[in-house]
Each structure stands twice: as structure tokens, then as C-alpha cells.
Design a binder for this molecule. Structure first.
Ligand code: SAM
Ligand code: SF4
Length: 328
């Protein structure tokens, strides 16, 4: 069985947010005072495992666990272990802020996680603190190096550059990635959720980033495609690839292969739209019967939007929910 949407796009990739909670409060992702969901309103770990298994039975091959910060959820080790046993999944990946990686890297590798994306916006402790509000850079760097030492290949850093905050660290971050044989992607700030700053002022365009990168590095475009918003470049004489994730500058929706499931069991068909269906009632009303859940997921393909349309021109965010809600 396969998930094919109304525009004939095959959906074989899910991103699952295992919690909306986080031990950081990145300024582009959360407001200073966040309220989080209560335990009874979020999927249990067993329910998350079930949803992932059901999607795998519908042809999904790749799952990325994200959040919030996935590694702060209590019992997450068990979840990774269980997902590692699901037949039919070719790839289990994780997006993390790195704060818990020192403790968790071995567990992740043993559970079969193949790839890790680690967010790193600054190598300067005080800028890092300003961006994350409460994060500790040393802990994250320790986590990154534990993951490297444990043998994770293809570690990718994710960076959001913001004007007047960390924009000037572009070369430092790329040089760090080159030094440790990592890849690095720059994500344009997206208008998700109401933040305390004006995104029209802070947003750095990937066109500008590319221009600066070319001034210093010799880049060649790669043929790599993830069916997502990223373009990849090799840096000559290094093992580092640079990704530019540009939801504003380029339209990448025609090849979209993914949907997102939040920790509340909402199935979002597009990051930039509110179109969703609620899986929680089906999960809880039919604890032993997957058929209604499968049917709802199959039917959801008829409402997957053709494309998103992010705009920084409006004063209101394009989508009210934060990235930490939907899962990045
Ligand atoms: N806590 C984990 C982390 O930070 O990697 C996983 C969840 S986080 C929501 C996933 C990614 O979304 C991070 O790389 C973060 O930089 C990015 N992100 C969050 N809010 C964003 C926004 N408004 N625009 C662009 N990227 C954003
Ligand atoms: Fe937490 Fe990740 Fe959002 Fe930062 S980007 S606040 S680490 S969920």
C-alpha cells in the first residue's frame, strides 16, 4: 500500500514530534513564556510507536523524530528501541538541539538511528545564550563530539542566521563543520508562531548567504535532492556539504514527499498550512484496530495542499503555531 496524494505525489517520509517541550527557548522558535501541553493531551510513547508502524504499513520508509526537543521526553530511549524494530522503515533520523547527546548518542546508535541533524546557531557562548535564551553551548559541543566519536556518519548542523545576532558567524560555523567533517544547512527563518522580534528585520536570505559563501569557498552544486526545500553544494577539497533551506526564495512543493504528526496526534499535511486531521480520537477509540486509522490517513491524501506560501511581509505570522508544535 502507498500514500499518493491528489497531485500524484508519493508520501513516504514522516516527521514526528515526540514532545512540544524543550530545554531551550530559541528566539525564532518560541516566545519567552511558553505554555506546554499536559501529559493527557499528548500521545503516549506506545501510541507514537503505533502511529509510526501504521505509516510504515502504508509505505512510509523514512521517519524523523523531532519536537520540541525529542531527547528530553521521559522514556524516549524505549521509543527509539521500539521504532528500530519496525520492519519496512529504511531510515530513522533525528533532529536535536544536542543538549542531551552526550548521554544519548550511544542509545541512538544502538537503536538504529542512522542520521542526526544537530541545531547549532553560534559558537560564541554569549550569542548562543542570547539565541537560545537558556541553552549552554559547552553542553551542545560536548554532545556533537560524543556523536562524532561514537561513529555517527553524516552528522548535519542546522543553523538559522539572524541579522544583528549571529549573521557574522557564517564563516566560523562553516569552518567548524569543515574541521570536523560535518555537513551544515542554513535555514531561512520561517514565519511560524508569534515571536518577540520582527522577522522582517532579522531574516537573512539564503541568496545573501550563498553570495558570501562564494566569496570565500569554492562551491559546486550537487545533484542531491531530498524532495524538500534544500539545495546542496560541495565545498571543494573538503568533505563538507552546505545545504540552503529556502522556504521563501524557492518553491519546492511539487516534489513534497512528507507529512508531519504532532505529539497531540494531529496529522499536518503541510508545514505552511493549517490543513490537518486529528488522529488521536481514532487512536484512542480503536486501541486494537488499526483499520480506521489507516483509512483516515489514506483519505487525508486528498487534502494535502499543493504548496505553501510563506510571507514575511505580513505583520502576522503565516501560521500561528510554532515550529516546536508542528515539529521541524
Ligand atoms: N529541538 C530540536 C532542534 O532544535 O533541532 C528539534 C526541533 S526544532 C523545531 C527543528 C529545527 O527547526 C531546528 O533546526 C530549528 O532551528 C528550526 N526552527 C525552529 N523554528 C524555526 C523558524 N521559525 N524558522 C526556521 N527554522 C526554525
Ligand atoms: Fe527547542 Fe529546537 Fe525550538 Fe530551539 S529550535 S526552542 S531547541 S525546539
Amino acid at each position: 500500500m502507498q500514500l499518493i496524494d491528489q497531485f500524484d505525489r508519493k508520501v513516504d517520509y514522516i516527521r514526528v514530534s515526540v514532545t512540544d517541550r524543550c530545554d531551550f527557548r530559541c528566539v525564532y522558535c518560541m516566545s519567552e513564556k511558553m505554555s506546554f501541553l499536559s501529559k493527557s493531551t499528548v500521545l503516549s510513547l506506545e501510541e507514537i510507536e503505533r502511529v509510526i508502524r501504521v505509516f510504515s504499513e502504508l509505505g512510509v520508509k523514512k521517519v524523523r523524530l523531532t519536537g520540541g526537543e525529542p531527547l528530553v521526553r521521559k522514556g524516549v530511549d524505549k521509543l527509539f528501541g521500539a521504532i528500530g524494530q519496525i520492519k519496512g522503515l529504511d531510515e530513522i533520523t533525528l533532529t536535536t538541539n544536542g543538549s542531551q547527546l552526550k548521554k544519548k548518542a550511544k542509545m541512538l546508535r544502538d537503536s538504529g538511528v542512522q542520521r542526526i541533524n544537530i541545531s547549532l546557531d553560534s559558537l560564541n557562548p554569549s550569542t548562543f545564550k542570547k539565541l537560545t535564551r537558556i541553552g549552554d553551548l559547552d553542553k551542545v559541543l560536548d554532545g556533537i563530539h560524543t556523536a562524532i566519536d561514537i561513529g555517527f556518519k553524516k552528522i548535519k548542523l542546522n543553523t538559522v542566521l539572524m541579522k544583528q545576532i549571529n549573521e557574522e558567524e557564517l564563516y566560523d560555523l562553516v569552518d567548524y563543520a569543515i574541521k570536523y567533517y560535518l555537513d551544515i544547512s542554513f535555514i531561512e527563518e520561517m514565519p511560524l508562531g508569534q515571536t518577540d522580534h520582527d522577522r522582517q528585520v532579522t531574516s537573512v536570505s539564503n541568496n545573501d548567504i550563498l553570495f558570501k559563501l562564494k566569496e570565500r569557498y569554492s562551491l559546486s552544486k550537487t545533484a542531491i535532492t531530498t524532495s524538500g526545500p534544500a539545495k546542496y553544494f560541495n565545498i571543494k577539497n573538503t568533505q563538507t556539504k552546505i545545504g540552503l533551506i529556502s522556504p521563501h526564495s524557492h518553491n519546492f512543493c511539487e516534489n513534497c514527499n512528507r507529512v508531519r504528526i504532532t505529539c497531540k496526534g494531529e496529522l499536518y499535511l503541510c508545514l505552511g498550512h493549517d490543513t490537518k486531521i486529528e488522529l488521536m480520537p481514532l487512536i484512542r477509540s480503536f486501541p486494537k484496530n488499526d483499520a480506521p486509522l489507516k483509512e483516515a490517513i489514506l483519505n487525508s491524501m486528498s487534502i494535502k495542499p499543493k504548496s505553501h506560501n510563506f510571507s514575511l511581509d505580513d505583520k502576522q505570522p503565516s501560521v500561528i503555531r510554532f515550529m516546536s508544535h508542528t515539529g521541524g
